[in-house]
Design a protein around this ligand. Structure first.
Ligand code: ADP
Ligand code: MG
Length: 249
């Protein structure tokens, strides 16, 4: 199997704070990986490292077999879809859902190039895949939290990425929207066989087709393995520094 991401001994710091300490991680093509851990564990920082935006103090990162350097970051990032923890589109911006999803294409075709017929098809296809066709002409500010997350996913899919990074996409949603989005993410993985990394601190939000896990705590990967074995009372209690009881109902 090809490793799409190879992180070796990476340390990241924000001023005097160390956010990642000597982290190593390989992600094989086609894997759906959950990154689980409490707030402040370094999960978002790990995603920014993969996405070429981490402030790396030491260590090395290869994505798609290429070393991440300032010169080739732009090229590599075209193939990485990123759904950030907080939506980075101002809801007051006077743009429609279709235009937001089209932003996903601009990375590929350039900002001021006209979209071809094929680009438009890809944008419509991405909206169809997450079932937001009927929202296409709505202003971005007029959507619920769940709908906004679907738009963010469609935008990333319009990019036709090789890797999809999802940073707590379900964290702020009500229970119905959360379940809908979890099922949607599950379906996207099954239908596209993308390599996906799903960050969460809420264990019940992990889609069922996600089978691999890394557990993070205080800037370190403390455990790697199958998700079934990660979700054990003793492992989770250590991770969250809190007694966690798994209850069968
Ligand atoms: N932009 C930043 N400036 C300073 N410190 C930061 C910044 N982003 C994150 N940190 C710190 O780095 C650590 C890891 O943060 P983060 O990767 O966001 O964790 P998580 O996503 O697991 O909650 C935390 O201690 C956090 O306070
Ligand atoms: Mg985070």
């Amino acid at each position: 199997m090809t490793k799409l991401v190879e992180i070796e001994n990476v340390t990241v710091s924000y001023r005097e704070d160390i956010a990642l300490k000597n982290v190593s991680l390989g992600i094989e093509e086609g894997t759906f990986l959950a990154v689980i851990g409490p707030n402040g564990a370094g999960k978002t920082t790990l995603l920014t490292v993969i996405n070429g935006l981490g402030r790396i103090l030491s260590g090395s990162v290869r994505v798609f077999g290429i070393s991440l350097t300032l010169r080739n970051i732009g090229r590599i990032r075209k193939d990485i879809g990123y759904i950030p923890q907080n939506s980075n589109i101002d809801p007051r911006a006077p743009i429609s859902v279709r235009e937001v999803v089209s932003i996903g294409r601009t990375g590929k075709i350039g900002l001021f190039r006209r979209q071809s017929y094929k680009d438009k098809k890809i944008v419509e296809g991405a909206m169809g895949l997450v079932s937001i066709d009927d929202l296409a002409d709505r202003p971005i500010g007029h959507l619920s939290g769940g709908e906004q997350q679907k738009v963010a996913i469609a935008r990333a899919l319009a990019q036709q990425p090789r890797i999809l990074l999802l940073d707590e996409p379900t964290a702020n949603l009500d229970i119905k929207s959360q379940k809908e989005l979890t099922d949607l993410i599950d379906r996207i993985y099954k239908e596209n066989k993308l390599t996906m990394v799903f960050v969460t601190h809420i264990l019940s939000h992990i889609p069922t087709s996600c089978k691999e896990a890394v557990l993070m705590k205080k800037g370190k990967i403390v455990w790697t393995g199958k998700i079934g074995s990660a979700l054990q009372e003793s492992t989770l209690s250590d991770l969250y520094d809190y007694p966690i009881e798994i209850v069968d109902r």
